[in-house]
Design a protein around this ligand. Structure first.
Ligand SMILES: [Zn+2]
Length: 211
């Protein structure tokens, strides 16, 4: 079930008070329209009805897809909200993300039945190559889609608004799955942050076993 909350907010530009609808939880199956707003990264958008002032809100909520068996805790403030997994969601894949871009990526990965941990390993390999190619220290990659048998990623480079797109062969994904199998990697039971830091730890562990 999706849970809505209505709040009064005052426009910082014109002072007009109005209602803002936010969501404590979103169920993908019941609210495909909200899912679409997440995928277009517009869920948090707010526009004043009187003066057209635009603001991007941010609040914590739970995103659940009962058909694909996953639940994601979105915490924009970075606060660790301890959500106790109830009996009902025990078997679900549970993740924590910081923003809509990260949530969107998880949805795109889980909706095609992929393993986000393996995808993070692919991203780690890809980002190393990209950073070298563009001679930058830090790049952010987001999974975008499977295109002509390859995994496509949106890459964000420092000081650039628009992403560049790069693809890797699915073979890299399969190799990443092999790494996880070799390490007997088990998905943690609680809400987990699966990101580049986790990927780094896993790859380090893998290298240690190889030595
Ligand atoms: Zn206004």
């Amino acid at each position: 079930m999706s849970t809505e909350i209505e709040k009064d907010i005052i426009c910082p530009q014109c002072g007009e008070s109005q209602k803002y609808r936010l969501y404590a939880s979103i169920n993908a199956k019941e609210n495909p329209d909200l899912k679409r707003r997440i995928l277009s990264e517009t869920l948090f958008d707010w526009r004043c009805k009187r003066c057209n002032y635009f603001a991007a809100m941010a609040y914590s909520f739970l995103y659940t897809d009962p058909e694909a068996n996953y639940i994601i805790c979105v915490t924009p403030g970075g606060e660790t909200r301890s959500v106790e997994p109830t009996q009902e969601i025990q078997s679900y894949t549970k993740r924590t993300v910081k923003n809509l871009a990260e949530l969107k990526e998880k949805i795109l990965i889980f909706d095609i039945g992929y393993d986000d941990v393996a995808v993070e390993l692919v991203k780690s390999a890809l980002c190393t190559i990209i950073a070298r190619t563009y001679q930058v220290n830090r790049v952010h990659a987001y999974f975008s889609r499977i295109n002509e048998g390859e995994m496509e990623f949106a890459i964000f480079l420092p000081r650039r608004q628009e992403p560049v797109y790069h693809s890797t062969k699915l073979e890299v994904y399969r190799q990443s799955q092999e790494v996880l199998r070799a390490l007997d990697f088990v998905d943690p039971s609680g809400f987990t942050r699966v990101d580049s830091k986790l990927a780094k730890r896993i790859l380090q562990e893998y290298q240690n076993t190889e030595d």
